[in-house]
Design a protein around this ligand. Structure first.
Ligand code: NAP
Length: 292
């Protein structure tokens, strides 16, 4: 589908660039049509409520980008900003209000929230039918069992990206580095659902390089710039870098890999745009179900 091959210099193999920007643009184009159809049928515009707690500039940027994506596909966003001093009870009350609001089809609570807030309690308070960012335990459990659920947006976006390039994941040994609730952990379960054999590595893993040496697919979700070294990754691997750090570098030392691995996601322009496109897609699905 998105067969954008880059000829590898000095080698007989070629490396596939997994272009998240291109795939997300194509996804948004299809979503815009679905939103227009919904509006024509129902006379209503889908709304994604975005909850930002505190004044972290990176989080504010992510929320703004999600609002802009809503507008690109013809949806509306309802941005709600709460002070950094917000308590768990106050945030839960705000979520309850949005759950009860029939005009709102999706709710995004931007991670991370300030330390005094019980983030898990707030994620789990989001109505499962509006949990379009896929952060709740119920959705995670259902997804893990292969039942319909909104997947956590970043790993689900990665699955969409791999599917767009028609990469057959069956039987691959996937090594996921990171086990966070919204990224590494759901990623591992999605890859298991896709018939990979999955190894999950984390901060207590011994000899990470040994695990990566046997990988056919690597997903790096560590949150440390270029933490995963190129030398640890075999030539035949598909490399997905979920990290994003100032200066446009990811969690993988990508430079030396660009001409020798089977496929890789660039940073930026790989996983990031797919996260937002997936959030949009899941909001459209929620609206289609709600307006039906
Ligand atoms: P996180 O919550 O900080 O989790 C990091 C994970 O890495 C943890 O599971 C941790 O293990 C593991 N880890 C830390 N040090 C390690 C080490 N030395 N060896 C192996 N594993 C180690 O981060 P996150 O939210 O999952 O995010 C991960 C990355 O993805 C970040 O760069 C973030 O910016 C990026 N991200 C991108 C998007 C996007 O849309 N593109 C969305 C979300 C996140 P323990 O569990 O043992 O502590």
């Amino acid at each position: 589908m998105f067969s954008l091959y880059i000829a590898a210099q000095g080698s007989c193999m070629s490396t596939l660039l997994l272009d998240g920007k291109a795939v997300s643009l194509a996804t948004e184009k299809k979503l815009a049509q679905r939103v227009a159809d919904l509006q024509a049928r129902s006379g209503r515009t889908p709304i994604l409520a975005t909850l930002l707690v505190g004044d972290d500039p990176a989080s504010a940027t992510y929320v703004r980008m999600k609002g802009e994506a809503c507008r690109r596909v013809g949806m509306a966003s309802l941005p709600i900003t709460l002070p950094a001093s917000t308590s768990t009870a106050q945030l839960l009350a705000q979520i309850a209000e949005l759950n009860a609001n029939p005009d709102v089809q999706g709710i995004l609570l931007q991670h991370p929230v300030p330390a005094q807030i019980d983030e898990r309690a707030c994620f789990d308070a989001i109505d499962a039918g509006k949990d379009v960012d896929g952060v709740g335990c119920l959705g995670f459990g259902r997804m893990s069992m292969g039942l319909p659920a909104y997947g956590s947006a970043t790993p689900q976006g990665i699955m969409h990206l791999l599917a767009a390039y028609e990469l057959d994941l069956t039987g691959l040994h996937a090594v996921v580095v990171g086990r966070s609730p919204i990224l590494g952990r759901p990623m591992a379960m999605m890859l298991l659902q896709a018939d990979c054999t999955v190894t999950v590595c984390h901060s207590r893993t011994r000899d990470l390089a040994r695990h990566l040496a046997g990988a056919d697919l690597v997903v790096a979700a560590v949150g440390k710039p270029e933490f995963v070294k190129a030398a640890w990754i075999p030539d035949h691997a598909i490399v997905v870098d979920a990290g994003y750090h100032p200066g446009g570098i990811g969690d993988v030392e990508l430079g030396p890999l660009k001409s020798r691995v089977r496929a890789y996601t660039p940073v930026p322009g790989g996983v990031g745009p797919m996260t937002i496109a997936t959030l949009m897609q899941q909001t459209v699905i929620a609206a289609e179900q709600s307006f039906a």
